[in-house]
Unconditional design. Structure first.
Length: 471
């Protein structure tokens, strides 16, 4: 490990601009870290070291010639392998796409490259992203740098492991039911699920269309909130390929404006219990924001259970209906984790035109009611999940004397996919086993800047990011 590997991405870029660090050094340090750790963690599934080195040399030349430099100039990043990067595989963890190489960059990737970022490679996912543990028949499982017997989460688990372990300075995941926020929480890093359409999902597979356009997004992952901010600012903006896109200008609130935001926090949703250390993390975060000058009050939002049930219809039931036909005649290519997911789907009545229309109407009515509550509490603070990182293969847990099932454990993120809120996860504390615990900061649609500003204030007080032991 080089001292360079765990610098914030914004610091890397600043040091490159000041000619204190060479982009070549940064690329070499990250490639060395990948060579050392990836055989154990299995985070990267396609690495293009030669191209990364060429990009590093080109970035160095631009610095020496005094050319205009982007905000991420020379910073080595990674991309989830469900997002198109020209010349790299975009397999989404499935044998159905084995060997598929993207011919062009997704818009968000092009924007990152134009900002000077250097893409090292793409990272592992569960098959077709339908799990909170990263494992598939193409590449096998990804392990957590905090404990090899545990998962870094899913579906952006490879991305989270790479960033946490210093193999990447930051990158991009996607999130339809917690797939950015749960891996960030498990892996001790930061992640942002934006409002659908704020960052274009063009170039993502599975395609964000139909019901998935309402719940699925792409977003940044990094070790610090400052890095999330710059990644977000670079990637955001409408694109014709994203049906939810809207031209929303970036506007960062001042510290004074941020502190006028009233924060409502809840330790559990009244249905799914959370571990004692998770409760303690939420209370710690609430107190940290209070000490930073925010008005923070206990608040239990109404409608969370209905949001969970509607999310189930949009993501689980509709997801199964869309994915199951893809494997007709190729059932042997179905990974065990996706098979489990499809079995859950099959246990539910299929959606009809009538039931899907009803779910659509119920979602809109619920959003209206929920956002009315957020007029009083523009920021919500709550758990990211019921538990910290779990051991590979676990599918239920005993929490506060109650069984918590696999899909229920992530309901705290699922709510906000259904509702369309932006939400960030920031590490706050540790479990007794030493595992990271993050908390979730939720805002109103299109107000990512407020979410990230509150996240930055929380990070400044808690400062909970740590280098994992396997790094």
């Amino acid at each position: 490990m080089s001292d360079l590997n765990f610098l914030p991405a914004v610091t890397m870029a600043e040091q490159v601009r000041k000619k204190k660090i060479s982009p070549i050094e940064l690329v070499d340090a990250h490639l060395a870290q990948i060579e050392k750790l990836n055989p154990r963690l299995n985070a990267f599934v396609h690495l293009d070291a030669d191209r990364a080195r060429r990009s590093g040399h080109n970035a160095e030349t631009a610095v020496m010639r005094g050319k205009a430099l982007g905000p991420l100039h020379g910073v080595p990043i990674s991309i989830k392998s469900a997002i198109s990067v020209a010349g790299l595989r975009c397999e989404s963890g499935t044998r159905l796409r084995a060997g598929l190489v993207s011919q062009q960059d997704a818009p968000l990737v092009a924007r990152l490259k134009n900002a000077g970022a250097i893409v090292l490679g793409v990272t592992n996912t569960p098959e077709l992203l339908m799990a909170w543990e990263t494992d598939n028949l193409l590449y096998g499982r990804t392990d957590s740098p905090w404990d090899l017997e545990r998962t870094p989460g899913g579906s952006s688990g490879g991305e989270a492991a790479a960033i946490a372990a210093g193999m990447s300075a930051g990158g991009v995941g996607s999130d339809g039911g917690g797939s950015i926020r749960v891996p960030a929480h498990f892996s001790g890093i930061c992640g942002l699920k934006p409002t659908p359409g704020r960052i274009p999902s063009t170039g993502h597979f599975p395609v964000s269309a139909g019901p998935f356009a309402f719940v699925g997004v792409v977003g940044p992952m990094a070790r610090t909130v400052a890095d999330l901010k710059v990644l977000f600012e670079v990637m955001q903006g409408p694109d014709i390929g994203d049906t939810c896109a809207a031209p929303v200008p970036v506007r960062w609130p001042s510290d004074e404006e941020s502190r006028k935001l009233k924060v409502g926090y809840f330790e559990d949703d009244g249905r799914t219990p959370v571990t004692p250390e998770t409760r303690a993390a939420v209370r710690k975060a609430a107190e940290a924001l209070r000490s930073a000058g925010f008005r923070v009050e206990r608040f239990q939002p109404q409608g969370l259970e209905q949001a969970r049930q509607l999310w189930w219809k949009y993501f689980v039931v509709a997801g199964g209906m869309l994915l199951r036909p893809m494997f007709k005649g190729r059932e042997a290519d179905l990974s065990p984790i996706l098979k489990q997911f499809l079995e859950l789907c099959a246990a539910e009545p299929a959606l009809t035109a009538e039931t899907l229309l009803d779910a659509w109407i119920q979602r809109d009515l619920l959003r209206t009611q929920f956002f009315a509550q957020m007029q009083h509490y523009p920021i919500l603070l709550c758990p990211a999940a019921a538990i910290p990182a779990f051991r590979h293969g676990e599918r239920s847990w005993r929490v506060e004397g109650k069984a918590v099932l696999y899909l229920d454990a992530w309901s705290y993120t699922e709510f906000f996919n259904l509702l369309g809120n932006p939400a960030a996860v920031v590490p706050v504390s540790r479990a007794p086993e030493g595992l990271p615990i993050g908390v979730q900061i939720v805002g109103r649609p299109w107000e990512e800047e407020q979410v990230l500003s509150v996240a930055s204030a929380l990070e400044a007080v808690c400062g909970a990011w740590n280098i994992p032991p396997l790094s």
